[in-house]
Design a protein around this ligand. Structure first.
Ligand code: SF4
Length: 409
C-alpha cells in the first residue's frame, strides 16, 4: 500500500527526569535544565544538529497537512530552537495552508510569554500533559509539575484559544493510576471540564516492565484499580464526557465538535507519516520503520543514512509493510472501525484467503460478536461504545491469536 505521507511526527526526547510509568525514548536532563545557562544545552544542540541532518537527508514528499512535535517534552526547547526545526521541515516539504501544527507542552516547562512565541513560529494546536490534578498522585507518578502549575498552564492556553489565537488544544489525563477510585476520578474529570479544553486524551495506565511501576507491579506493590473497577471508571468517563458534549472518536480521544485532532485521525486511519528523531517510528507510504532508541544509536544511524541515502534504506533494507494485524488493531481503535475486505485487498490477499481468514477471525471473536462487543455492519467491524471499547484489550488479544494461527509472520 503506497500512501504518500502528508503528516510528520518529530520526536524531542528531552525531559527533566523519567516519570515512573514511562518507557519512551527520552533523554533526562535533570531538574536544572531550564535554569540560567541551561545545563544540558550541549545535548540539546547535538541532538538538534542530528535531527536537522535527518530531515535534510529525507526523501521528498507532498506538502504536509499535519505536523506533530511530541516527546519527551518539546517545551524544554526555546522558540528559536523550535522555529528552526519547523523551518527545516517547511523547506523540505512545504506546509499546506491551514496545516495543523501541534506541540506537546508540559506544565512547569513554559510561561505565558513562551506560548505567544510558539504561535509566532506557526504552532496552532497545543497538547498539555496534565495527567492528574491531584498533588499526591502527581508526586506518586514522578511528574515534576503540581496541581496549581497545571491549572495555571490550562488558563494560559485556554486564554489564547478563546482569543482565537490557537485553533484548538488538548489536555491529557491518565485513568487507573495507583490509588485511584471512581470517586477520585470523577473529581479529575470535573476539573478537566472546568479547564474548557475542547479535546481530552484519556489514557489507560500501561505497566511497562522496564519502569519503576513495572518493577513495583512485579513485586505486587502497585495499588492499581482492579479490572472491574477500571471498566466502571471507563464506562463512567464515557457517559460523563458525552453528557458534556464530547464524542469519543478513538478509544483514548474525546473531542467537542470540530476539535478532533487531524494528526490523530491520520494516524489511526493507517495512513503514512514521516517520523524524525531518536526512537521515532515512521510509516512513509505505509511501510513502517523505527529509529534507534538511544542517542548513540541514533547518531550512528543518521551518519549511515548520510552515506547510504535514506530513501534507499527506508524503502528496501529496513522497512517492512505494516502487517494486517497492526492495521486491524489501529482501525479498531476508531469509532468508525475498519473494513476487513478493503484491508485484506490492500495487503494483497486473494478473495479466497480473505474469505477463509475472515471466517476464522469470526470464530475467535464469536462471543464478542454474539454479545455485541464487536459489531459487523456493512462490511465494517467496529467496537461498540462503551462496552466493546472497555474490553478492547481482550478483543485484540483474540485478534492477535487469530493472526498467529495464520502463520503469516
Ligand atoms: S514527561 Fe512524558 S515523556 Fe517525559 S518521562 Fe514523563 S511521561 Fe515520559
Amino acid at each position: 500500500m503506497k500512501i504518500p505521507p502528508r503528516s510528520a511526527y518529530v520526536h524531542i526526547p528531552f525531559c527533566y527526569k523519567r516519570c515512573f510509568y514511562c518507557d519512551f525514548s527520552i533523554i533526562p536532563l535533570g531538574e536544572s535544565v531550564a535554569a540560567p545557562g541551561r545545563p544540558g544545552i550541549n545535548s540539546i544542540n547535538a541532538y538538534l544538529d542530528l535531527i536537522h541532518r535527518e530531515i535534510l537527508n529525507s526523501p521528498k514528499g507532498p506538502a504536509l497537512s499535519t505536523i506533530y512535535l511530541g516527546g519527551g517534552t518539546p517545551s524544554l526547547l526555546n522558540k528559536k530552537e523550535l522555529g528552526d526545526l519547523l523551518e527545516k521541515l517547511r523547506r523540505k516539504f512545504r506546509f499546506q495552508d491551514g496545516a495543523e501544527i501541534t506541540m506537546e507542552v508540559d506544565p512547569a516547562t513554559f510561561k505565558e510569554n513562551d506560548l505567544k512565541g510558539y504561535l509566532e513560529i506557526g504552532i496552532n494546536r497545543l497538547s498539555l500533559g496534565g495527567q492528574s490534578f491531584d498533588d499526591s498522585t502527581l508526586a506518586s507518578i514522578g511528574r515534576k509539575h503540581n496541581r496549581s502549575q497545571l491549572i495555571e498552564a490550562c488558563n494560559w492556553v485556554n486564554k489564547l484559544f478563546k482569543n482565537g489565537m490557537l485553533s484548538s488544544w488538548s489536555l491529557d489525563l491518565i485513568q487507573n493510576l495507583p490509588g485511584l477510585n471512581l470517586c477520585k476520578w470523577f473529581k479529575e474529570l470535573e476539573q478537566a471540564i472546568e479547564t474548557e479544553a475542547p479535546h481530552l486524551s484519556i489514557y489507560d495506565l500501561t505497566i511497562e516492565p522496564e519502569t519503576v511501576f513495572g518493577r513495583k507491579h512485579k513485586k505486587g506493590m502497585l495499588n492499581i484499580p482492579i479490572e472491574s473497577e477500571a471498566q466502571k471508571i471507563d464506562f463512567e468517563t464515557n457517559r460523563y464526557l458525552k453528557s458534556r458534549g464530547f464524542s469519543r472518536y478513538e478509544i483514548s480521544s474525546y473531542s467537542l465538535p470540530g476539535h478532533a485532532s487531524r494528526h490523530n485521525r491520520m494516524y489511526w486511519s493507517g495512513s503514512g507519516w514521516w517520523g524524525f528523531g531518536m526512537g521515532a517510528t515512521s510509516a512513509p507510504w505505509g511501510e513502517r520503520f523505527s529509529r534507534p532508541r538511544t542517542i548513540s544509536g541514533y547518531k550512528k544511524w543518521v551518519e549511515q543514512q548520510e552515506s547510504q541515502f535514506l530513501e534507499k534504506t527506508l524503502f528496501i533494507e529496513d522497512s517492512s509493510p505494516m502487517p494486517m494485524d497492526e492495521l486491524l488493531m489501529i482501525g479498531l481503535r476508531r469509532r468508525e472501525g475498519v473494513n476487513f475486505e478493503e484491508l485484506a485487498n490492500n495487503c494483497g490477499w486473494t478473495q479466497k484467503e480473505c474469505h477463509e481468514n475472515l471466517k476464522l477471525l469470526e470464530k475467535y471473536w464469536l462471543n464478542f460478536l454474539k454479545e455485541g462487543y464487536v459489531v459487523k455492519k456493512n462490511g465494517r467491524f467496529f467496537l461498540s461504545d462503551p462496552e466493546g471499547m472497555q474490553i478492547s484489550n481482550q478483543i485484540l488479544i483474540q485478534m492477535f491469536l487469530w493472526w498467529d494461527s495464520l502463520g503469516l509472520h
